[in-house]
Ligand binder design. Structure first.
Ligand code: TRP
Length: 454
């Protein structure tokens, strides 16, 4: 997928489109509100925004530059700069993390497919919050249906990745994303005008600093990485979409702006609606599915917007699952010499197997519902481990790799196209990648581990 094959699309635009397709997804609309809700609301949002600016954007630029420079999968990109030694483990971690995240991300995408069908067949008509919760519980508890939906979503992802048609998908997404945005605006207006909406706004926008603790910080930072598709090599792959003459930092900044705005907007929709219905913002990963149907039921034309919304969200999720599977697939192609089809199938099949215990987290099987000792579900453990911890570790070593092994001076040559382009923030960027980012991540991870054991 070189930039030249993108035809008459401006390639900077092509990159922004592809990278936004990967970044914007369930992470913005499903995960961000649920993680914010579990972590006290506004304070989480504040730390999330600070993480994006101070750590996320600089490392995203670093990751994209590494990709544009090498034009390879994460393992290959690292080998291109440092053929020997343990650094390639970082690439393997990325491949593994991609599969792990995909395993439960595709499950949630399957829920979205399920809700699309519910919306189309009128099952969400006139729904109240109590009904919505029952519906959610019986839906997620239907193990066979869930495995079928997970398999279905993975099959579509495998199909797209194996055909190498992500180009087509991204173009498709270009038409559909504005649609998603329009529905979000409609939802926003309705949610903000509900009686009692101000309680939600307060929860979402007024930070309560007494709630500050390391769990909130690490979750917010993890969410920042998750939402930007950062820390597992996704952007290494997408960096090759970007032609040398295009301004890398501004292209990256657009992606960040776009991604962050959509997440912030999702919160502005979910929390007012949630709290005006007296629902619990800390209720976990189901909140989006519990509150949006109720909101659609209160909107004129909701019976049209509802199905349309879930359909668009499925497509937004697909452009993200494609990017998650693409990393593992391109690894299989480059390093194992498998064909694209074989690689996508093998990696997809592994993902399906890993995903089944997450599905069982909602079944009658007590073990997966509540893991012994940990007291959380298998799904919750996976989400914390891979979305928060593993991406943070990946981002940390990526920053160190670019800062000290590849060296920021070399990276800056790539970023500025050998000096032909200006990068006003070059100095701040270097400081971020070499010092600020790594120090902050180490401090946060360190405190987290300390808290875990002491
Ligand atoms: N960022 C996507 C979202 O918000 C999910 C995603 C796609 C992702 N690729 C990734 C997360 C790579 C972490 C790493 O929905």
């Amino acid at each position: 997928m070189t930039s030249s094959s993108r035809g008459n699309w401006g390639s900077k635009f092509g990159f922004i489109l592809a990278a936004s397709g990967s970044a914007v997804g369930l992470g913005n609309i499903w995960r961000f509100p649920y993680a914010a809700g579990e972590n006290g609301g506004a304070l989480f949002v504040l730390i999330y925004l600070v993480s994006i600016l101070l750590i996320g954007l600089p490392i995203l630029i670093a990751e994209t530059a590494l990709g544009r420079f090498s034009g390879k999968n994460p393992v290959g990109a690292i080998k291109a700069i440092k053929p020997k030694g343990p650094w390639k483990l970082l690439g393997y971690l990325g491949v593994l993390t991609g599969i792990m995240i995909l395993s439960y991300y595709a499950m949630i995408a399957g829920w979205t497919v399920g809700y699309f069908f519910k919306a189309v067949t009128g099952k969400l008509k006139n729904i109240t919050s109590a009904n919505a919760e029952n519906l959610y519980n019986s839906f997620t508890g239907d193990t066979l249906l869930q495995i079928a939906l997970l398999t279905f979503f993975l099959l579509i992802t495998i199909y797209v990745v194996s055909r190498g048609v992500s180009n087509g998908i991204e173009r498709f997404a270009k038409v559909l994303m504005p649609g998603l945005l329009i529905i979000l605006v409609i939802l926003l207006v309705r949610s903000l005008t509900l009686p009692g909406a101000e309680k939600g706004l307060e929860f979402y926008l007024k930070p309560d600093f007494t709630k500050l603790n390391i769990k909130v910080i690490i979750s917010a930072m993890g969410q920042a990485f998750f939402s930007l598709s950062l820390g597992m090599g996704c952007m290494i792959t997408y960096g090759s979409y970007l032609r040398k003459k295009e301004h890398l930092p501004s292209a990256t900044a657009w992606v960040v702006l776009f991604d962050t705005s959509i997440a912030i907007m999702a919160g502005l929709i979910i929390f007012p609606a949630l709290l005006s219905q007296g629902m619990d913002p800390a209720a976990g990963e189901g909140i989006m599915f519990n509150v949006l149907p109720v909101l659609f039921a209160k909107i004129p034309g909701g019976m049209i917007f509802g199905p349309l919304f879930f359909l668009l969200l499925c497509i937004a999720a697909l452009t993200s699952t494609v990017s998650l599977l693409e990393v593992a697939t391109s690894y299989g192609i480059d390093e194992k010499k498998w064909s694209r089809k074989k690689s996508a199938l093998i990696m997809g099949a592994v993902t399906l197997l890993v995903g089944i215990p997450s599905v069982l987290s909602y079944s009658e099987v007590a073990f997966f519902k509540k893991l012994p000792l940990l007291g959380i579900s298998f799904f919750a453990l996976m989400d914390k481990m891979w979305s928060e911890l593993s991406l943070s570790i990946g981002a940390l070593f990526l920053a160190i790799f670019v800062g000290y092994v590849w060296k920021t001076s070399n990276a800056l040559k790539e970023i500025t196209w050998e000096g032909a382009q200006k990068f006003r923030f070059a100095a701040i960027w270097s400081i971020s990648v070499m010092f600020l980012g790594p120090i902050l991540i180490i401090a946060i991870l360190g405190m987290f581990v300390y808290n875990l054991f002491f």
